[in-house]
Design a protein around this ligand. Sequence first.
Ligand code: 6R9
Length: 661
Amino acid sequence: MVSEITHELKLHKIGIYEHATEEEKQTLDDLQVDSFIKYYKSYQHSVNDPEGFWAQIAETFTWRKKWDKIVEYDWETPKFEWFKGAKLNITENCLDRHLDKRGDDLAIIWEPNDPNEANRTFTYRELHAEVSKFSNVLKNNGVEKGDRVCVYMPMVPELAIAVLACARIGAVHSVVFAGFSSVALSTRINDAECKVILTTDGVYRGSKAVDLKGIVDEALESTPSIETSIVLNRINANITMKAGRDIWWHEELAKVSDICPAEEMDAEDMLFILYTSGSTGKPKGMVHTCAGYMIHTAYSFKNVFQYKHGDVYFCTADIGWITGHSYIVYGPLAAGATTLMFEGIPSYPDYGRFWEIVEKHQVNQFYTAPTAIRALAAQPNELIDKHDISSIKVLGTVGEPINEEAWHWYDEKIGKQKSPIVDTWWQTETGGIMISPLAGVTPTKPTFATRPLPGIQPCLVNENGEELNTNPAEGRLCVKYPWPSMARTIYGDHNRYKETYFTAFSGKYFTGDGSFRDLEGNYRITGRVDDVVIVSGHNLGTAPIENVINEHSNVVESAIVGYPHDIKGNALYAYVIVYETPENDDFLRHEINDLIARTIGPIAKLDKIQFVPGLPKTRSGKIMRRILRKIAENETSNLGDISTLLNPDVVQAIMDGSLVK
Ligand code: 6R9
């Protein structure tokens, strides 16, 4: 093994990147950023010589052919190409290459919805065989490289297997969250013109069984591109199989062998499409490609969570979201980790379920979202205390800004103040984590995502597009150098890609988020820039005000929107969930406004406060402010499609002014 320095030097010859030989080859373990000084050095390296930096990481992977050039980009077109000329298959990196050393290690632990049902596990060898088999099923059914396959399945192991099987034969997967309606499903199928859909007869969700196949049947009435639907039997439901279209998963599996050589893919070939809802309008099909996505998800997984061989890592997301793609499937498997998949929900059979799973599988890294943390924090402590959760070493959060109260609860009650919290900021578009502490390596700071990962160059700009170079600073969060896992386009609409991300600030990627950077250079994400309300000429971010409201002992959660006001231009309307219905509403309103006036200033006082039973949320836990804004503006006749919400019922309850759902 060459020393770090000679290796770096070798890769450093300007413009020429000599590839490492087999003997010189390092692993991701060798490159682990496990001290602050290493972080500092890697970061400097990545800024001074981004190509040398990424080359060194890329050398640790398995290639059919290595690249001719690390990166080529043009912000105007915009076009980004990483590892140009390289050939690979991501599943050879997630599976085949681990077989020699780690073939008998667990790749996936699957925990079912019902704790009384047996869990299932897959070693790397078993997973390799299952993926190969299902790859053959896809091929038998006419799926070819470049074809789009819609995956509409609950969190069963076959979902991960299906995704990997698509990647193995070079088909493009488009996973649609299995809680979406038939309309949302058919829109996505049609946008990508999927040829095949993979689904199940039904879904267990808590104490309920949901008829998934019925939803698919409805969707497929208006999806001309679909030729075949492969159906997994999950709940033994009594469903109708449409002749000539629907076939059973298990029957197809019985026909194939477990050997399937992986298709050779170009570094920039499409790996998957994943839809992300714009705040308005049509969902955006973000396109990710093979090599860059693989490298950044594996590298960031390994370093953010400080994953060590033998650890058990549990991410509670659904594979229907980018978090599940990058940090349940691809990142952990490319890094040779043991990843835990959970089929159920946090509240079934009770709110102790996550902690029961942690105890049962001795989970070392636990990764969830602030919305789940707040829901769990509202439950009695006994639900935590009856489980031994001492195996936890690292806690993660993702999806929205975490408020101070939730951060401290997570740190004290779950982390026992010994497990660093990695507040990971990133997006479907970024493919992987961009700003986050590295657990135990870089310092944490409550509510701050802290520092960029090596290789990532964020910056703040003001409304005129000028970069803010001093600290502290507050502005719009952009990224000023490309990174390997960035989405390359919006499927079928490159112009929208350009308009949305590359037009506001030239030569930069605009994230849509606002951010504050403190004196030391730590970033705090303040929320979507469109969550800013201008009240009497003052720009007020809704997130900091919500944080203050949430500090009131009777407040579970809150959301603020602006509504038109004759004098102030806009005024603030707060929707607040309380633990206990107040005896005197006005008194509580007064207390909340007092708290805001004291902490932020009288300008941020709320004009209206409505106590509500819940807040409308997307399935990934983001508050749908668009709907709350319409209710505040009294424009309830045109709320748009609310069927994709986690809790559509709550919308009516809010409109009725009711405190119960
Ligand atoms: C991974 C994911 C992206 C948006 C992003 C931002 C918000 C995500 C965050 C966070 C504050 C964090 N967001 N992580 N805000 N702190 N740690 O969630 O992707 O569903 O595309 O959402 O989520 O507003 O722009 P996606």
